[in-house]
Design a protein around this ligand. Structure first.
Ligand code: DX5
Ligand code: ZN
Length: 219
């Protein structure tokens, strides 16, 4: 079984104290911090911008796994890179030229991820798998935490896993949306290496972050 990493989504955190929430996640054993950036245009919700990300940078040395649900995305890649993102993940629908946007992310020495919505086929990324560090499989339609896991998205994970392994690539598979203790196990068996979770980590077991992170990792 692969070494599973946990990337808690701060979308479910207390936005009035994001700095201490991030510190608590680090102390609870998180491997990365998943930061959901939403513009109210690409998705029907608005969260935070590069200024907030840069202010959060000093609270942890954990990698910032920044999920840009913004469109057009190109104009903001530099700002999030300079704000301290370590991984910058974009949606193919948010750019006119995906390979160019990926090169732009990498030009700032950041890891490049591509996120596939439930209805977006894996063909969007298969030709460029060797150019990207991560594929973020959305197991909900993006925009909000607390949604129900779409089980059929696991078929995309299995297909991608086969392709990545057959080509001996290092591209990682991350899954995002509705992850709980039951479906985390299925996601790992399907071939995921990184689990994103907001609601389960912040709400289960009276919000015991350490216990919830451990249960997701070990389950
Ligand atoms: C949804 C975000 C997800 C979400 C995960 O658009 O990309 O990261 O916050 O939250 P849960 O785990 O509550 O589904
Ligand atoms: Zn996300």
């Amino acid at each position: 079984m692969r070494n599973i990493k946990i990337s808690p989504s701060i979308l479910s955190a207390d936005f009035s104290k994001l700095g201490s929430e991030i510190k608590n996640l680090e102390n609870a054993g998180a491997d990365l911090i998943h930061i959901d950036v939403m513009d109210g245009h690409f998705v029907p919700n608005i969260t935070i911008g590069p200024e907030v990300v840069s202010k959060l940078r000093k609270y942890t040395s954990l990698p910032f796994d920044v999920h840009l649900m913004i469109s057009p995305v190109d104009n903001f890649i530099r700002q999030f890179a300079e704000a301290g993102a370590n991984i910058i993940t974009i949606h193919p629908e948010a750019t006119k030229d995906l390979p160019n946007s990926i090169n732009k992310i990498k030009s700032y020495n950041k890891k490049a991820g591509v996120s596939l919505n439930p209805k977006t086929p894996i063909d969007e990324v298969v030709p460029i798998l060797n150019e990207i560090d991560l594929v973020l499989i959305m197991s909900v339609n993006p925009g909000f935490g607390g949604q129900k896991f779409i089980k059929s998205t696991l078929e995309k994970v299995k297909e991608l896993r086969k392709i990545i392994d057959s080509k001996k690539l290092k591209t990682q598979i991350e899954i995002d949306g509705g992850i709980n203790f039951e479906n985390a196990k299925m996601a790992k068996e399907a071939g995921v290496e990184i689990l994103v979770s907001g609601t389960t980590i912040f709400k289960e077991n009276e919000g015991n972050l350490k216990k919830n992170i451990e249960l997701l990792r070990a389950g």
